[in-house]
Design a protein around this ligand. Structure first.
Ligand SMILES: Nc1nc2c(ncn2[C@@H]2O[C@H](COP(=O)(O)OP(=O)(O)OP(=O)(O)O)[C@@H](O)[C@H]2O)c(=O)[nH]1
Ligand SMILES: [Mg+2]
Length: 457
């Protein structure tokens, strides 16, 4: 996987029909492959979009199959760091596949998922953190996810790691120099300065981890289950939050049977909102299966929306649902407030600090507050409007490891340990950072990172 000396090709635009579709070729033979496919003046001028024809050459005859725009990006200043040619054709899947097949006939091979970005990483165009950001940016389903990914691609993490690495290198070099001349009592650096430098680096690692929990939630999204006894308006609340009539709503109790999931953009948070069957004891095997699925869904959810109907007296089933979810993060949704009330929320058996929101899924009243409360329950007090720097669990773990090693180095200095021991801790911190940026990352980790990319990226 890591011997990029051949030339690769893939369709870079999504599958399906479109106005335009792009085929990308990268590798030492990219220009030659493009020459074999294109009509008109050759070779292509670097970085100049050229309108030309794509031709099939057979038995001395050349048949044009599309009018295209081709651009050549010679390495090392290209996306992958190799020679790259991009051919923009009309967005017909049949045509694009034909172009890829022709490129393969002329010496290219089909790219693996993420191989263009892998090559960019292997040629030092981006570090591993930035390569991961490319996949996150492509996968983003909310604008906030896209922004966090793009910041990462622009180097918010890369630059800070480089700064930390410089400091670590400087400190280790000076400590090693002290080690080299022990008999002369030669110290290149005072203990107090070592302690200060380590403390400062630890502070920087901590600052990077600030908001990491919210960052992770933004990057990964979460699931929220709408729960309650039958007919309280769960599907109506679900639909109102999504702004579409996704789930079936009827006056019949027991309408929803299966789990229905849709993605909701909650202030930038990608929430997989799940509508579920009303929780009650039932003899109907289909409904019973629905109820058991609803209960299982609660287990994997970050929070629940417990819906109650204020227009009828609270039922035993309502109290059961409240009791079952008492220890989980939840918002209690008091629905149907457009109707005369049968009880008041003050009478609910819930904790004082709990989120209780009164809404009408019929009129939409209260839904602004419901969104706010759900956001608060999910992210705690961390505002997701502030873009956190770190969002990827791999990055969080490695920064934690670097922080712990720096902490160990700080206590070693404090206890007057010999330079060797301090150095060992500092080197551990460096190794964690190097694994983060990909300078020293095991191949199986790289495999794992790049296999989640799509082909053509
Ligand atoms: N007046 C009023 N009626 C509502 C409101 N929300 C839901 N309803 C009505 O209540 C009935 C049940 O609504 P659903 O959304 O299907 O309730 P559900 O909890 O999903 O029901 P099951 O799927 O059967 O468990 C329907 O007739 C809705 O039109 C509301 O806020 N006000
Ligand atoms: Mg329903």
């Amino acid at each position: 996987m890591f011997a990029p000396d051949d030339t690769i090709v893939a369709v870079a635009t999504p599958p399906g029909r479109g106005g335009l579709g792009m085929v990308r070729i990268s590798g030492s033979q990219a220009a030659a492959v493009a020459d074999a496919l294109l009509d008109g003046p050759r070779p292509l001028q670097p970085r100049r979009a050229t309108v030309t024809r794509l031709v099939v050459r057979e038995g001395g005859a050349a048949t044009a199959i599309d009018r295209v725009v081709a651009t050549s990006f010679p390495g090392p200043g290209s996306y992958t760091g190799e020679d790259v040619v991009e051919i923009c054709a009309h967005g017909s899947p049949v045509l694009l596949e034909q172009i890829v097949a022709l490129a393969c006939r002329s010496g290219a091979r089909l790219a693996n998922p993420g191989e263009f970005t892998l090559r960019a990483f292997l040629h030092g165009r981006v570090d591993l953190v930035q390569a991961e950001a490319v996949a996150d940016l492509v996968d983003a389903v909310t604008p906030l996810q896209a922004r966090v990914a793009f910041d990462q691609l622009e180097g918010t993490i890369t630059d800070r790691i480089a700064d930390l690495d410089r400091r670590l290198l400087d400190l280790t070099a000076r400590l090693e120099a002290s080690l080299d001349f022990p008999e002369e009592g030669y110290h290149f650096i005072e203990t107090s300065e070592v302690a200060r430098a380590i403390g400062e680096m630890g502070e920087r690692v901590r600052a990077m981890l600030d908001g990491a929990a919210a960052g992770r939630l933004i990057r990964e999204g979460c699931r929220v289950v709408v729960l309650g006894r039958p007919n309280v308006g769960k599907s109506s609340v679900f639909n109102r939050l999504l702004g579409s009539s996704r789930a079936i709503v009827t006056p019949v109790a027991g309408t929803t049977r299966d789990l229905v999931t849709e993605t909701l953009d909650l202030g930038g948070l990608a929430v997989g909102l799940v509508d579920s069957a009303g929780l009650r004891a039932t003899d109907d095997p289909v409904e019973a299966e629905g109820v058991s699925r609803a209960r299982r869904a609660v287990g994997s959810a970050a929070a629940g929306l417990v819906v109650l109907d204020r227009s009828v007296p609270l039922a035993g089933d309502d109290r059961d649902v409240l009791r079952e979810t008492a220890s989980s993060p939840r918002v209690v949704v008091v629905n149907k407030i457009d109707r005369p009330p049968a009880w008041s929320p003050g009478a609910l058996p819930v904790g004082e600090s709990e989120s209780v929101v009164e809404v009408s899924a019929l009129t939409g009243e209260g839904f602004g507050r419901l969104r706010e409360e759900l956001g608060r329950v999910l992210t705690g007090d961390t505002a997701t409007r502030e873009t956190p720097m770190v969002a990827n669990i791999r990055h969080i773990e490695l920064l934690d490891r670097a922080g712990a090693a720096l902490g160990a180095a700080a206590s070693a200095v404090e206890q007057g340990a010999a330079e060797e021991f301090v150095l060992e801790d500092l080197q551990r911190a460096r190794r964690a950072l190097e694994e983060l940026t990909g300078k020293r990352t095991p191949d199986d980790v790289l495999d794992h990172i790049f296999e989640r990319f799509c082909i053509g990226k």
